[in-house]
Design a protein around this ligand. Structure first.
Ligand code: ADP
Ligand code: MG
Length: 311
């Protein structure tokens, strides 16, 4: 089977950890192990991943060093995070395949995702990124950098950026060619760097973030994947999530998923984009999408764990 596996950011950095390279590599290796096992049993796998905590760290590094080295804009930081995480996934995957006696190329594709300035999401910044600031710092940055700042639950102020819909992953033909040649491809990290196309055809990076699950859907559709596997830190999509009556949904069709989305069962910015990505994927001809816990990857591929979404 052709599988696109999307790894959640929590799969890589955990709360109450420092986030050292060793810690991140350890978590990435644990996340990659079941995917390498899928490759070893004959599946073709493309890996995509989140970048929230890593890009947050890069932004903080920029902030701390801004008097010595100029701050890099968000699109450049996003590209940096793709390289950093892609490298770790690539190293772990290559080592796992080598240990399994498999001689397959592993390659990371730095990915740009086309978005549109006219997307209504661009007019309302929604996604908090980077470090926390005091109110005076936030006011100063709002004025000097023209950032939109928002107070976050008593912890301070953060920059917020738009999260527009991914129209197209620009490298999809290159990704497809690599994938079809038998390579294990890592692409679409952090949803890809959001870019817009100007009137003269030039690409320009924008200060925004693309949801990685929605970008994963674009890649999955573009390479003709059978399965979109979204691996996260919960056992699937739940009804009445977070209440005493919460209940995992073992399987739902696209129409049911849309009904539950409209009813607000899935939180914006976390579970909702996974379900939306699943619906788009199966409506576009994909066989099935599964939302499952990272530890259940292999079971989920066999339909024995998580939430399956079918056409
Ligand atoms: P990832 O980094 O894997 O994309 P997210 O935090 O974006 O992780 O999404 C997973 C989170 O979605 C879960 O940790 C859970 O708190 C949240 N969530 C919101 N609504 C639901 C729901 N209805 N069912 C399950 N999880 C939900
Ligand atoms: Mg997410």
């Amino acid at each position: 089977m052709k599988i696109v596996a999307a790894l959640g950011g929590n799969a890589i950095v955990r709360y109450r950890e420092e986030g050292t390279a060793e810690e991140q590599l350890g978590h990435i290796d644990a996340a990659v192990a079941p995917l390498a096992a899928l490759v070893a049993t004959g599946h073709q796998v493309l890996v995509t991943h989140g970048n929230g905590p890593q890009v947050g760290d890069i932004l903080l590094q920029n902030e701390c060093a801004k008097d010595a080295v100029p701050r890099m804009p968000l699109d450049v930081c996003g590209a940096e995070s793709q390289g950093m995480i892609g490298y770790m996934v690539q190293q772990c995957m290559a080592n796992r395949l080598y240990a399994a006696g498999l001689d397959l190329p592993v390659a990371t594709v730095l990915t740009l995702t086309l978005v549109e300035r006219s997307d209504p999401a661009c007019a309302r910044p929604s996604k908090a990124i980077g470090p926390y600031y005091t109110a005076p710092e936030a006011r100063a940055l709002g004025a000097s950098e023209r950032w939109t700042m928002r107070e976050e639950g008593g912890r301070g102020w953060r920059r917020v950026v738009p999260s527009p819909a991914p129209r197209e992953v620009l490298e999809v033909r290159a990704i497809r060619a690599l994938f079809e040649s038998g390579a294990v491809v890592i692409a679409g990290g952090g949803g890809g760097v959001p870019v817009v196309r100007e009137g003269d055809g030039r690409l320009v990076g924008v200060d925004a973030v693309v949801d990685k699950d929605l970008a994963a859907e674009r890649i999955a559709a573009g390479i003709g994947a059978d399965l979109l596997l979204m691996l996260t830190d919960v056992r699937g999509a739940y009804r009445r999530f977070g209440t005493a009556e919460e209940e995992r949904i073992p399987v739902m069709d696209a129409a049911e998923a849309e009904r539950l989305l409209a009813a607000g069962e899935f939180a914006e910015g976390s579970m909702a984009p996974k379900v939306e990505a699943a619906v788009r994927f199966v409506r576009g001809g994909g066989r099935e999408a599964v939302i499952a816990h990272l530890d259940d990857a292999e079971k989920a591929v066999r339909g024995r764990a998580g939430t399956r979404i079918t056409a």
